[in-house]
Design a protein around this ligand. Structure first.
Ligand SMILES: N[C@@H](CCC(=O)N[C@@H](CS)C(=O)NCC(=O)O)C(=O)O
Length: 333
């Protein structure tokens, strides 16, 4: 997949697979925060004041982490305040690229051909992975933050509140501890768990990943017996973070990452939760299944060398299986 080494792109391994075959994700490096007055946020330096039209998001429609940011932008009505550039879904030896594909765009800030040029524009000696999403600041010409968990806290937090046309509190303070706890568990077992399973290079690492994931499916399925969303009757941050993985589960992770202990339909409340979130109109318009399917099956050549797309990946999001949930389908346990 490649990475930058002191500002030079190299098509080399990112060393995220350890000697025991376990995939361990590298930490994101740009960790500044946009704040209401430009003072420093939780980490990094200050100078990033929330202003309409100043910030830009680089995303892939395929990527579950970038999808978090896209959902926040749509859900909160930040489209006019924050514009986007969308990469081609198939990142090969040059990493993410701005190229022709339905829905993809040029680099709207600097006209780069590759995403790694966006990183070196921010830091000419950057070393590390070139990932999306990236929150870019036009004014200082740099990356503010490339960690999706923090980007969504910024977009949903006080800094952008006055710029959001449809502001909702997705992180109510009375539920904050519970949300943090669920997020950490879902990240470990599901969001990152699918990668831990799919990128495992030993039987033991694969089995550990898949066992933890399906145990989590069981627990969440039970939690969702008597409530529509993870914390009750309104969508909150943890629902949206769970969703970006679960919407990719049937078409991609089940086959491609061998997350196939049981079909998702076995976990009827969890599947219903995914449908419920999908059918929020502001969420549905952020889901681009063509980008998702092409990315995983065509870009991950090490685990799918011939780029064969399995027949079961053709999921019809417009069909009855993924339409709005009828009340009688919400089962109490
Ligand atoms: N921790 C990052 C992870 C982002 C990430 O890994 N994005 C993937 C796409 S799904 C990527 O850009 N990968 C390119 C690479 O690893 O070279 C976040 O959540 O923002």
């Amino acid at each position: 997949m490649g990475q930058l080494v002191e500002g030079i792109w190299q098509d080399t391994n990112t060393k995220e697979v350890k000697t025991d075959g376990q995939f361990v994700r590298n930490a994101s490096q740009f960790r500044n925060w946009v704040t209401a007055d430009g003072s420093p946020g939780l980490t990094g330096k200050g100078g990033f004041k929330a202003e309409a039209g100043r910030y830009h998001l680089y995303v892939s429609y395929a990527c579950p982490w970038a999808h978090r940011a896209l959902i926040y932008r749509s859900f909160l009505g930040l489209e006019d305040a924050i514009d986007i550039s969308v990469v081609h879904p198939v990142n090969l030896e040059n990493g993410w690229e701005f190229a022709d594909y339905p829905g993809a765009t040029p680099d709207r800030i600097g006209g780069a051909r590759y995403m790694h040029q966006v990183y070196t524009r921010a830091d000419p000696t950057y070393s590390g992975k070139v990932t999306v999403p990236v929150l870019w600041d036009r004014e200082t010409g740099t990356v503010v933050n490339n960690e999706s968990a923090e980007v969504i806290r910024m977009l949903g937090g006080p800094a952008f509140r006055s710029l959001a046309k449809n502001w909702h509190d997705l992180l109510p303070s009375d539920l904050r501890a519970e949300i943090d706890e669920i997020n950490a568990y879902v990240y470990r077992t599901i969001n990152n768990g699918v990668y831990r399973t799919g990128f495992a290079q030993s039987q033991e690492a694969y089995e550990a990943g898949v066992a933890a994931m399906f145990e989590a499916f069981g627990l969440l399925n039970e939690r969702l017996c008597d409530r529509r969303f993870l914390h009750g009757d309104r969508v909150l941050e943890s629902d949206l973070r769970l969703f970006t993985t679960m919407i990719r589960f049937e078409p991609v992770y089940y086959f491609h990452f061998k997350c196939n202990v049981r079909p998702l339909s076995h976990y009827s409340n969890l599947r219903r939760h995914t449908r419920d979130v999908l059918n929020l109109p502001k969420v549905r318009k952020t889901v681009h299944m063509d980008h998702i399917v092409d990315h995983y099956y065509l870009a991950h050549r090490r685990i799918n060398p011939y780029g064969i797309i399995p027949a079961g990946a053709a999921i019809d999001l417009e069909g009855p299986d993924w339409g709005p949930v009828q009340l009688e389908e919400t089962k109490a346990c």
